[in-house]
Design a protein around this ligand. Sequence first.
Ligand SMILES: [Zn+2]
Length: 303
Amino acid sequence: MTRPHTFSGNRLDRAERERRDPAWIERRERDPSSVFLPLRRLDVLVRETTATRLDWRTSRWLAEMRVDGPRYLLGLSHGVAHFAVDVSDHPDDLDQDREQRFAELREAAAVLPATEAGIAAHARANVDWHARHRFCGACGHPTAPQRGGQSRRCGHCGAEHFPRTDPVVIVVVSDGDRCLLGQSRGRLASQRMFSALAGFMDQGETIEEAVRREVAEEAGIQVGEVRYHSSQPWPFPSSLMIGCHADALTVDARPDDVEMQAVRWFDRATVLRALAGQDPDLRVPGEFAIAHHLIRAWAEGEV
Ligand SMILES: [Zn+2]
């Protein structure tokens, strides 16, 4: 791969050892050198000057703006603690100067430096998980964050809860000369847009088994060998896309009429034109998505 996937490349040290000490975290929350990334309803604060960057704020700014939303430690960079802070409940607009705004992460990631998009992905997934897990799944009592947001603990039964990452397999199937792409139902994308087949892994399944099941369900195609290619964090809300290529054993494609609008085989020349944005009948996802890179790797004969 010539370019890493969007949302990969978060270089923060997640401070596994330091975050075990609550007093250390408290000191870092007050430390004037620590920085905080505000998220409002999961949109991240960015500053747009000559380039777009995450708009990290200080503990002094949080105090001045009376921001008391929960802070979660993302990690350390050159000794500086980086936190996410959920400002969704703050009554005021916090993006008051003209260069600041809260940006939806898909849109922001297109213009942020790669490492910042990776940090923002972690922040978004973590803030979202905390907001959805305020009560214990075992006994129903309130939970509280610990280790700077790396987990939550139930105050009643003591159960520990950890942020989840949901694995999704995404696959480009080939019969040698053609690749199989699908169009999900309910997408707003154009009628010409086709992508790699994808689905959540079930419990007790290997990656290879999930690929074979999903392709059989969505397209009625039997799959033989499955090869791993690469993976992409996908913080909407917190998936990991596991990208694969696979060999078809059968060629008669029949779309699942609940999930899929269409599944079709496309030849290499058509796919290469679509990757260049020049095919009249086929569009494929942009470089933002792992699907693009899986399709390109197949079309260019890398796999
Ligand atoms: Zn409990």
